[in-house]
Design a protein around this ligand. Structure first.
Ligand code: GCW
Length: 700
């Protein structure tokens, strides 16, 4: 049989396998557009490697696999292009326009050149070229230069030594601690490829609620083994540390950060780590937060703790990421204000190797939060932003919520820090270091990956990993452009279907907010965080109840954070305050974050608060049917297994959206003492029915 024919049959067979989602967006299936294939093929007759570093080899490998799949023809890797033309050249270059990790795609002397200032830059360029082809963009759009806007682009894994993942909904941990360091699961490499394809360059492999075990030699060997797999892909490993480790595993009597023996312990431990992992990235710390120990146990400050670790890292190229997620069990306090109250005075007191890592919002990864006031207030300290990719408060792995609009909403928020004009001091500009001229810049996403074959449980949740990575590289990309890319690479090229799915994704977060926490409601409390349980009023601490957050009473709903209430608004710059301070002008998405609003108050929509809430709950839940219809409409363009997976999850989402709507309206109605407005119908179950459902879901 002619080899071309055989190849064709093989590709056909490969493409007709049911899609289990394992390949993520790196699908590399044959592209269906013959002229496009032809143009690219002419420019991809060989791949020339100008040097043989592991990272350049990884780039060549990826291109070879990718092009073979996409173009349906083998592409040889050669050592030197010599005078040959019509190929791809991978090379390090010193171009002015290139920042560290940046890449340049250009056409030079009959070849396609992928240049980077570093090996990693070339690798990112190789992925960019593949993306260009996967999204069917013509080669004519070259040359192109792209530099990352943020230096440290990290995933944070909340993975435990026993294989469980805190707030993980896609199976167990990816890391098989009991097999490491001897066996390296091939999946580690695919994990690294996926991240490198986005420009993610670091991974914190263990939970911020950290076990001291990770700093023992036994576990460091395991972590070092992971690092060997990640290294060629430009990914450095980091560890979350348990602050009292010097006591727990070091046998010291104290973990006081100002104690010389403790400092020496950390210096020695750090040296040991760098001996095993020469490119170790550094430490992430959750201290004096939710019961985790920290420097305050010794009457020291967060800065004392962070600076001690920075000192230990001084001889090496590593950083400290110190989390600002802190709040005390004070019944009179407003948790919203806690982080700035503890960190504000420390601004300017951190070692240059320290980045303070701040969650996007002041409370905790709610479906919508205002941006954290720290971003506008701490100008002397580099601040990293922490987003949560895993859907702790967003329906786990059953609800389809595309998160890019949430990420963007926060990044584009204006802090008006330092009296800046509109648009000059957005959260993005604080985080990328440009506003305050910081040398360090970082962004972190709490990973949604797990041992499920498709990595993220919900197939569409892959888009959230993807979107986080793309925005970490370039926060100016639009949510829609990212969704379009992802759909093209992952689901289908059929133009109508691409448009329809992108449209569905773009509306999904707003729909979720409507049936979950509309108008600025929030719903954290201690527990599994799946369904809203607005009636939850008992806990070991007041700020771990639901009533603490929504403040319902017979007069109205919402948390007064103006001067008549907790005055949390005073933590923002005056211009920001102005936007949110007045209940008549406050944008509706944030209303109940800042105001206790009477049930009968007329809102800008013309409806009363109660009627508006009901409208949102009901239309939100109904919109899930719209999502189902949209999905049903793209069936012919989608792999059947994947189609059925998403369709099934949407049906569950619909059921739960109605349940959650019912939970809220049935709970709130006795306070509002008003009927459910037409055309909506009163739920046909009772509050007791709904509560029982929640109990069942929480049975272990
Ligand atoms: O929202 C809370 C989560 C905890 C998490 C904590 C944090 C890792 O419910 O599971 O702990 O945030 O971010 O530290």
């Amino acid at each position: 049989m002619h080899y071309r024919y055989l190849l064709f049959l093989l590709l056909l067979a490969a493409n007709s396998y049911a899609d289990d989602g394992y390949r993520l967006w790196l699908k590399y299936d044959l592209i269906n557009d013959a002229p496009q294939r032809e143009t690219y093929s002419r420019s991809a007759q060989f791949i020339a490697l100008t040097s043989n570093t592991p990272t350049l080899k990884a780039a060549a490998d990826e291109l070879q696999t990718g092009l073979q799949g996409l173009l349906g023809k083998p592409v040889p890797v050669i050592a030197n292009a010599g005078n040959r033309t019509g190929g791809i050249i991978l090379t390090i270059r010193k171009a002015q326009a290139l920042a560290k990790d940046g890449y340049q795609l250009s056409r030079e002397k009959g070849n396609l050149v992928i240049g980077g200032k570093t090996d990693a830059g070339v690798l990112y360029g190789a992925f960019a070229l593949l993306r260009q082809l996967q999204t069917l963009q013509p080669l004519e759009t070259l040359p192109r230069t792209s530099n990352p806007k943020i230096q440290y682009r990290l995933l944070n894994h909340w993975d435990n030594p026993n294989g469980s993942v805190e707030r993980g909904y896609a199976g167990e941990s990816l890391w098989k601690w009991y097999e490491l360091p001897e066996r390296l699961d091939p999946r580690y490499r695919d994990y690294a490829r996926a991240n490198a394809s986005l420009g993610i360059n670091g991974t914190v492999v263990n939970n911020v609620n950290a076990s001291a075990r990770f700093l023992t030699r036994e576990y460091l060997d395991k972590v070092a083994a992971l690092a060997t797999v990640f290294r060629p892909y430009g990914i450095r490993v980091y560890l979350s540390v348990y602050f009292p480790a010097p006591k727990v595993i070091g046998g010291l009597k104290t973990a006081d950060p100002l104690d010389p023996e403790v400092r020496k312990w950390w210096a020695d431990k750090t040296k040991e780590i760098y001996g095993l992992i020469p490119d170790f990235g550094g430490y992430l710390v959750k201290a004096n937060s939710e019961g985790e120990p920290g420097p305050q146990d010794y009457n020291r400050t967060h800065a004392d703790g962070a600076n001690m670790l920075a000192e230990a890292l001084k001889p090496y190229d590593g950083i400290v990421m110190w989390r600002a997620f802190v709040y005390k069990a004070d019944p009179k306090a407003d948790r919203f204000k806690a982080a700035l109250e503890e960190f504000g005075d420390l601004d300017g007191k951190f070692d240059p190797k320290v980045i303070v890592q701040v969650k996007n919002g002041p409370i905790d990864f709610q479906p919508r939060e205002p941006f954290s006031p720290l971003f506008g207030a701490m100008t002397k300290t580099p601040l990293s932003i922490e987003f949560q990719i895993t859907q702790e408060y967003m329906g786990f792995a059953t609800h389809l919520v595309y998160e890019a609009p949430l990420f963007k909403e926060c990044l584009e928020s204006d802090t008006y820090a330092k009296g800046s004009p509109p648009g000059a001091a957005t959260v993005a500009k604080v985080v990328d270091g440009s506003l305050n001229n910081h040398a360090l810049s970082a962004i972190a996403g709490v990973a949604n990956t797990g041992s499920d074959r498709n990595w993220t449980g919900h197939p569409m949740a892959q888009a959230n990993w993807y979107a986080f990575g793309r925005l970490a590289w370039d926060h100016t990309l639009t949510s829609e452009a990212i969704a379009t890319e992802w759909v093209n690479m992952t689901l289908t090229h059929e133009p109508k279907a691409v448009k329809q799915i992108t449209g569905l994704m773009m509306r999904s977060r707003e729909i979720y907010v409507d049936y979950n926490t509309p108008l600025g409601l929030s719903r954290p409390w201690t527990g599994v965080h799946f369904a809203p349980e607005p009636w939850q009023n008992k806990s070991s601490r007041p700020d771990w109840t639901a009533i603490y957050y929504h403040r319902v009473d017979s007069i109205g709903l919402g948390f007064d954070r103006t001067a008549t209430g907790s005055n949390a608004l005073a933590q923002y710059t005056p211009k920001v305050r102005q936007v949110w301070d007045n209940a008549d002008q406050c944008p509706l998405p944030y209303l109940l974050w800042f105001h206790h609003v009477p049930w009968t108050k007329k809102l800008s929509t013309g409806r009363t608060l109660w009627d508006e809430l009901c409208t949102r709950f009901y239309t939100g839940a109904d919109s899930v049917s719209w999502m189902q219809q949209q999905w049903a409409g793209v069936k012919p363009a989608i792999d059947p297994e994947l189609f059925a997976n998403v369709a099934g999850r949407l049906a569950t989402q619909r059921k739960e959206a109605i349940w959650w709507r019912d939970a809220w309206v049935l709970y709130l109605q006795p306070f509002a003492r008003q009927p459910i407005p037409a055309p909506f119908k009163k739920p046909d179950r009772s509050l007791e029915d709904v509560k029982r459902l929640v109990d069942i879901y929480q049975l272990r």
